[in-house]
Write a protein of this length. Structure first.
Length: 113
């Protein structure tokens, strides 16, 4: 398995251990919605995996994630990832100073519904 954490731990950077998570990378496979703890399971064709990476640098906390398909996945998984990405894009589009969480979540829910 590709190691993500060591390149993040350079001078000035440190992994963010937070609320019981042992490292700065979470991997969520299939039905695990988010914040899965990496383990030694082998991925199979048809799986989806979300990799969530965080880093803390110069007082700023960065967090990013991306979902990947392993081989051929079901149409249901493809649709789930597509709708999720559309929701995220709509939510980000309305983020600005003073925007309420209610407004942001409403824009996301309109995509989902």
């Amino acid at each position: 398995m590709l190691s993500v954490t060591p390149p993040l731990i350079d001078p000035g950077r440190r992994s963010q251990r937070h609320v019981g998570f042992p490292k700065s990378v979470c991997t969520s496979v299939n039905e695990c919605m988010c914040h899965g703890i990496p383990d030694s399971r082998q991925l199979r064709s048809g799986d989806i995996i979300n990799i969530d990476v965080t880093v803390y640098l110069d007082g700023y906390h960065g967090d990013t994630s991306r979902t990947f398909f392993c081989g051929e996945v079901s149409e249901g998984f493809k649709q789930l990832v597509q709708v999720t990405e559309e929701c995220l894009e709509k939510g980000i589009a309305v983020c600005k100073d003073g925007a309420s969480f209610k407004k942001i979540s409403l824009c996301m829910c309109l995509v989902f519904n």
